[in-house]
Write a protein that binds this ligand. Structure first.
Ligand code: NAP
Length: 245
């Protein structure tokens, strides 16, 4: 077990990749705080408790700074410390540039970019006090290459990489590593609305010939959260099956 004695906060842990990571981290011995706007994360806590793991659910919206402060406080009051933060919560509101509504641009920025900032700013002081910590920011290959119809999403995921590299410099000196994960096309509810024609094209551009699974990505979160990644800082790890952009 690779996370024994560690306390991890995972945002957007109610479903998809976040849910998979919460269960995996708990199986590896971590005490997990599942933060999500959706109460379905409470069910995941039940699943974790069934196999003897420890977890709590904190209902919270990463766009709300009080909510992020409450999430950090709940972790400390329930489990005494915070070792790992996974900024996994994310949304899409896709449209081509000329049709993209300002409200959809703003909402994606609020959740994916500012939400990552809000949650990290709420948690970092505790990690600095402890002199250790792991922050894993969730970007996307779209942040590296852009993508048709994803002006807002691509901007946030590129921005997450910029914040990752900045925090790696600022917090590395305090014993905290900060890395980003850039998944390719992963089968979750987020990609359910993507037309089959587009998914087929993505499979064709992936040398491994398939879309990724939530488990493929959660395994990389686990590696970056574990002691095995002690000297990895400021990195962007692609989990995309070798996607050809
Ligand atoms: P998902 O299935 O849509 O799950 C995202 C979770 O985040 C949901 O439970 C959602 O709650 C929650 N959430 C949304 N807004 C939130 C907020 N303001 N505060 C707290 N929680 C919030 O997404 P996923 O596919 O697992 O993606 C996880 C991460 O990987 C995201 O950052 C995404 O951008 C990134 N990613 C995914 C892919 C992919 O192909 N799936 C590729 C690259 C990167 P609701 O159910 O209420 O919406």
């Amino acid at each position: 077990m690779r996370l024994v004695g560690k306390v991890a906060i995972i945002t957007g842990a109610g479903r998809g990749i976040g849910r998979e990571a919460a269960v995996l981290f708990a199986r590896e011995g971590a005490k997990v705080v599942l933060a999500d706007v959706d109460p379905q994360a409470e069910k995941v806590v039940g699943e974790i408790e069934e196999f003897g793991g420890e977890a709590i659910f904190v209902r919270g919206d990463v766009t709300n700074r009080d909510s992020c402060a409450a999430m950090a406080a709940a972790a400390v009051s329930s489990f005494g410390r915070i070792d790992i933060l996974v900024n996994n919560a994310g949304i899409t509101r896709d449209a081509q540039l000329v049709k993209l509504a300002e409200s959809d641009f703003d909402r994606v920025i609020a959740v994916n970019l500012k939400g990552t900032f809000n949650a990290t700013q709420a948690v970092a002081p505790q990690m600095v006090e402890q002199g250790s910590g792991r922050i894993i920011n969730v970007s996307s290959v779209v942040g590296l290459y852009g993508n048709f119809g994803q002006t807002n999403y691509a901007a946030t995921k590129a921005g997450v990489i910029g914040m990752t590299k900045t925090w790696a410099r600022e917090l590395g000196r305090k014993g905290i590593t900060v890395n980003a994960v850039a998944p390719g096309f992963i089968q979750t509810e987020m990609t359910e609305s993507v037309p089959e024609k587009v998914l087929e094209m993505m499979r064709g551009r992936t040398p491994l010939g398939r879309l990724g699974t939530a488990c493929d990505v959660a395994n990389i979160y686990l590696f970056l959260a574990s002691d095995d990644a002690a000297y990895v800082n400021g990195a962007v790890v692609c989990v995309d099956g070798g996607l050809i952009p």
